[in-house]
Design a protein around this ligand. Structure first.
Ligand SMILES: Nc1ncnc2c1ncn2[C@@H]1O[C@H](COP(=O)(O)OP(=O)(O)OP(=O)(O)O)[C@@H](O)[C@H]1O
Ligand SMILES: [Mg+2]
Length: 468
């Protein structure tokens, strides 16, 4: 039993003599008696009879008074550990009512009901108070040692219950602490997973770009040569044919001087067979179309080079985005052809400091997504550009399916896709997001299901640092 253990007991009984009885049993001999005993011991050499149990006993003579004392004790943080309550108190609350009130205030209080007879059966009382394990019954007349032992045991029980509840709240606190730590750890883990996913997608992005760049470089190299000699040959052919025309005109004039009718007739037949007049008209046209064709091939190669910037990949450059948008549009033209009309609402843009091939990649992802969002009906893709403050913006708006609100949160996540396997990897937007963030820009979306979506990219004109 610790020195500071709670020894406080409240006795509630309407009979004053009962209080005297309890006091004799539970409280030590008064101090003046102790002094006398000590003197007697010194004079006659006898041992002092010490009281075995030390209790602090308070008295109340009715239920209400008892409750008042209990409440006050609680307020002063000196709770009672135990109350002895008389069952039959004719004035005010009886024992059962009193106990109910006491427990309402202090559920930890240990209670002993004292009685000679009862107005309730014991079962009734225990049921009413819900107290099969919290209530002891002490029948009058009391046995002193029984009362002392009850007090001792119940005070210890109170103590242990208190300690258990402190322990419990300590444990609860520990569990709370651990739960918080666990939550923090799992959040940190999630952040790390997200970062890794982001890095992984950037890696895929740079690999995509690198292989596209290599492809474009190879294609450009392979095709540029033949384009060169085809278009130079076509130029020569054009010139040669004009000379041949002149020559033919000269022959035609010279025909008149031919004497042989037979020869003239043969020439006429030959002319008709080969449709000379048609050839003279058609050959220049064919050459002209071929020249246009080869120019287009040249343009496609140039677009491919512009798009991937094979010549200066991964370098920050001052570029006009308009040119990039046009090259990108040419590259995806085939994809768009049967799906949507493209409207352009451009405002003049200043050059901006950027990684052009990567920005082109963003624009391409947005345009391809817009075209893939179209249903069976032909739609419209509107490309807008503008310049505000120190930032340029590009919008890609479509009249496609729109994006469901719960998907809207996830579309920039790596590998989020609603497209069938094989059609979408779910990387386009997450890569684009990464690229735009690298440029210290913003990418945002407005969308309405069944109406369409608008993606907006804003980019600063200047980069403060030129990190790749
Ligand atoms: N313009 C749009 N209209 C409707 N839904 C869109 C649009 N753009 C993106 N989404 C939705 O966002 C998802 C993610 O787009 P993202 O470009 O990242 O991947 P993806 O197009 O599915 O595959 P990938 O681009 O790798 O081929 C798409 O699957 C689609 O559900
Ligand atoms: Mg996509």
């Amino acid at each position: 039993m610790s020195e500071h253990s709670n020894r406080r007991i409240l006795l509630i009984d309407d009979t004053p003599s009962i209080h005297d009885g309890f006091r004799k049993i539970l409280t030590p001999v008064p101090v003046e008696h102790l002094e006398l005993d000590e003197m007697e011991a010194t004079l006659f050499g006898r041992e002092i009879k010490t009281t075995t149990a030390l209790f602090e006993l308070d008295s109340a003579y009715g239920g209400q008074e008892g409750l008042g004392k209990l409440t006050q004790a609680l307020q002063e943080s000196r709770p009672y550990a135990l109350a002895f309550v008389d069952m039959r108190m004719p004035e005010g609350w009886d024992g059962a009512q009193t106990i109910e009130h006491l427990w309402q205030e202090d559920p930890h209080l240990q209670v002993v009901v004292c009685t000679a007879y009862s107005d309730y059966s014991w079962d009734e009382l225990l049921d009413r108070l819900q107290a099969h394990d919290r209530l002891l019954i002490l029948k009058k007349p009391f046995d002193n040692i029984e009362v002392q032992q009850m007090a001792n045991t119940l005070l210890t029980k109170w103590e242990m219950t208190e300690r258990a509840s402190v322990q419990m709240s300590h444990l609860e606190h520990l569990v709370d602490q651990r739960t918080t730590q666990f939550k923090q750890a799992s959040e940190a883990l999630q952040r790390e997973i997200d970062e890794r996913k982001q890095l992984e997608s950037q890696l895929v992005q740079s690999e995509k770009l690198a292989s596209l760049g290599q492809l474009a470089a190879g294609v450009a190299h392979e095709i540029n040569n033949p384009i060169g000699f085809i278009s130079s040959n076509l130029g020569s052919l054009d010139g040669y044919f004009k000379q041949l025309q002149d020559m033919l005109d000269a022959y035609r004039e010279a025909e008149e001087a031919i004497a042989s009718n037979e020869v003239i007739e043969r020439l006429g037949q030959l002319r008709e067979r080969i449709e000379l007049e048609f050839l003279r008209e058609d050959i220049p046209l064919l050459i002209k179309e071929s020249k246009e064709g080869i120019n287009r091939v040249g343009q496609i190669v140039k677009d491919l080079k512009d798009f991937s910037r094979v010549d200066s990949n991964q370098e920050w450059q001052w570029t006009n985005l308009q040119q990039g948008i046009e090259s990108t549009l040419n590259i995806v033209a085939n994809e768009l052809k049967y799906k949507a009309d493209v409207l352009k609402e451009y405002q003049p843009l200043p050059d901006i400091e950027c990684l052009p091939s990567q920005i082109n990649q963003v624009i391409m992802n947005l345009i391809v997504n817009a075209s893939q969002a179209m249903g069976p009906q032909r739609g419209t893709i509107t490309l807008r550009t503008g310049f505000e403050g120190e930032r340029v913006w590009i919008e890609v708006a479509d009249t496609g399916s729109g994006i469901a609100p719960d998907s809207l949160q996830k579309i920039f996540d790596p590998f989020f896709t609603t497209k069938p396997v094989g059609q979408g990897t779910g990387l386009g937007l997450s890569l684009s997001y990464g690229i735009v963030k690298k440029h210290r820009g913003d990418i945002s979306v407005r969308s309405e299901v069944g109406v369409g979506s608008t993606f907006r990219v804003e980019l600063p004109v200047h980069q403060t640092h030129s990190a790749t």
